[in-house]
Design a binder for this molecule. Sequence first.
Ligand SMILES: [Ca+2]
Ligand SMILES: [Ca+2]
Ligand SMILES: [Ca+2]
Ligand SMILES: [Ca+2]
Length: 408
Amino acid sequence: MRLKNSMLSLAMALLVSSCSSTEETRSTAPVTFQAHDIAEYRGGYAVEVADFNSDGLLDVVANSTGNPELVWHENPTWEPHVIVSDTRGIVNKAIADIDGDGIPEVAIQSAFAMQAANSEGINWVARSGGNPEGAWDVQPIDRFETSHHVVWVDLDGDGALELVNAPLIGPGSLAPTYDQDSASVFWYGQENWDRGIIADADIPGVIHRVRKVSWDTGGRDQILVASFEGIGLYRANGTGDAMTFEKELISRGHVEAAPRLGSSDVGSGMSNGQRILGSVEPWHGNEVVVYTESDGMWNRRVIFDGVTSGHEVVVVDLNGDDRADIVANDNSRVTSNRPNGTPGVHVFFSPEDPATGEWSYSRIESEAAMNGCVPGDMNQDGWTDLVCTGGGGFIRWYENLGQQDSPR
Ligand SMILES: [Ca+2]
Ligand SMILES: [Ca+2]
Ligand SMILES: [Ca+2]
Ligand SMILES: [Ca+2]
């Protein structure tokens, strides 16, 4: 009787463990990707996705400082529709439907250069005339030297998006170290686009990216700023012109002599219900970093240091296991001077414990240099795809083919 019970327990245990291990294998396995070209595109700097024509399919906008035109590519034919033409030095844009008419508006930053003296830094808001395939009206809202990254966020939680502008540097910062001056972060409300201040010339060196994050509960968005200083979390208090901002430095990032300093970009995602951050460090750096929190402290862990020319990061669950994965682009090229370049897209799938487990690595693009990627389900099949552009000469989307043994 005793033996029989033991046998039964053993059989049950085996059954349970084999079930859970099967589920484990299915849900945590890396996914594979298939590349599709959207357009040939020289010197791509950054890319965004949004549905411009309300057909439920995400369309694609890339920009390059060398290309005077900004177009949206219509999914799935990728036919280009012009938003602006003859605009010099377009360095970034942010897309959101700020007036609720179903057609996104596009904030654009132009006249960019790496030296304040040569960079007028014009910030614009482009609105369609009701037909996104027709002419767009473009209004300048501010000029500030080296305006470089923008994002739409609801800082005061009133339901209307504010625009946040992070100039690259303070006007006194110069190549090659860019650390002589400190940089600011600004915000603008839709009512009058007056310039408000989030950080008042107190971020040393280069600010590379500013990202929206829902850090706290409540209706407000917060922002994460990736800079020479590291990763800073900014929270707004108050409303409208009376808003004030508090900074919490999450990490100093990579600490070395400028310009190999801080963080190039940061993303936030959830892993087993806990927030993690992913970062590429230092500025234009080689390290892929994951941050996990324990006892109120953010622990920094380098999971890869083989990116030759990093720039941006994406933190998103690609394989549907509720653990955020990390995507790092690489804009390096293989040349006679740099035979060891590693162009393309590096993807890291999270282990069960992102703080201690082994991340699974896959290089999903190894030919075309890429400067930035964004996530989006481009074919509406439930699997999150990636859209990238860069120095490799393409705007390309990588179709997430899922795990072969678990079709969704
Ligand atoms: Ca569309
Ligand atoms: Ca709109
Ligand atoms: Ca607001
Ligand atoms: Ca998909």
